[in-house]
Design a protein around this ligand. Sequence first.
Ligand SMILES: [Zn+2]
Length: 540
Amino acid sequence: MAKDPGRVLIFDTTLRDGEQSPGASLNLEEKLAIAHQLARLRVDIIEAGFPFASPGDFNAVQRIAAAVGTPEGPVICGLARAARGDIKACAEAVTPAARRRIHTFIATSDIHLEHKLRKTRAEVVAITAEMVAYARSVVEDVEFSCEDAGRSDPHYLYEVIEAAIRAGATTINIPDTVGYTTPAEFGGLIAGIEAHVPNIDQAVISVHGHNDLGLAVANFLEAVKNGARQLECTINGIGERAGNASLEELVMALHVRRAYFNPFLGREAGSTEPLTGVRTEEIYKTSRLVSNLTGMAVQPNKAIVGANAFAHESGIHQDGVLKNRLTYEIVDARTIGLADNRISLGKLSGRSAFRARLEDLGYTLERDDLDEAFARFKELADRKREITDRDLEAIVSDQAQQTEARYVLKLVQVSTGTNLRPTATVTLTTSDGAELTEAAIGTGPVDAVYQALNSLARVPNELVEFSVKSVTEGIDAMGEVTIRLRHQGVLYAGHAADTDIVVAAAQAFVHALNRLVHGIDRQPLHPQKASLPVAELPRL
Ligand SMILES: [Zn+2]
């Protein structure tokens, strides 16, 4: 991508780095739904995955490249270590996209060179040049990352970057992998690269960072001040540990404070031009979609997309807001596409209205899935008078999880109450057509259901999280259950909503179980070459 000082590129890595969050793994349909929404949000680049990791990852990147990588759409990028096999698989996976990128990386800190790579500094420079050139021989657009840049000797870093650009890298990414840097230090690192790498004018400087000290967004903004023009971020800031820099916070900071960040301010006309190409009106919808599909809730006080970010509940504020919105609000809620939680559909709404509203919310369902979702909608409309956008999201985010399902919940029945031992009967149908039934006694109705499901599935697991919250207000509200199961150290999330919370709990468990079973089946793509168990994804 051409270097433009007036434009900050948004590189979304929700589907690669974000998906590495414990318990956030997504299936193919869910990844596609998010990728389509990221295209509507108009991010510049989507990092769709790490194709060499497994056939599932390869397939997901390839499908996203084909479906979303249109000529007007975003650049589709895949991650690859600086090794031929990785780069080859990556090139193949991104081929269907009109605009494609390979993102390759190698560590540049002495500690990594010594202990992980067992290579000398000169050897790493040579590998960088060779692998970037190889990537450049298969695609036009090559990004190179210096893993652990923050702990690398700056003079050595300049040397590696210079070699990467000479070999054809068009974007140079500087990650703060462990989230240790402060804004002044990070800005200084970028300024140093601008000043000391002789051919830096031929590449876009990118930044990547984690939020361990809550500084990722601040670090990135300081990097922009010092010349960085690509930001690697995720929706809702999801990602390993404390997460990545959050896209909505970065975009809105650059939007609200565009005069402050604009490099041309006072020098050229048009200094209030937006710095990013993102359609801010799609932000809220994207945040909801990612939260629903990953089962990772957004904290209520989260900047920009939290439930309280635009709620002015204290009396003084409310009065001020009514008199003049700008008294207490620096962002108009409509800028991020936050409409009221509308009552969108009712009992009499037809299929086409249902489908249109879903598409507006970012969900495109295939015929069978649409039929099933519509049936669930009708069923809900019989029980609940007013169906809101949140209810619709709850219905379809469950739907998306059900593809590739080993088990489908057919029946759940519970008897409980005072002087009764909670007893549950459940029936599952399996993907090969069998029907399994089991009954169990528990300490409570949900426990009884889970005991019964566990004795059917017979996969050892530990329930590490169980939360219930209501989707909307009112006694007829849908209850939303999110759970996490642990199996051999890996977390699997399940999420479901129903007006009956015991049914929602049972569904959520079955969803998590399906992911768990699917996760066990995930085999490495090149078992003889790859040393990449799912738990050992790259640390960028
Ligand atoms: Zn990362």
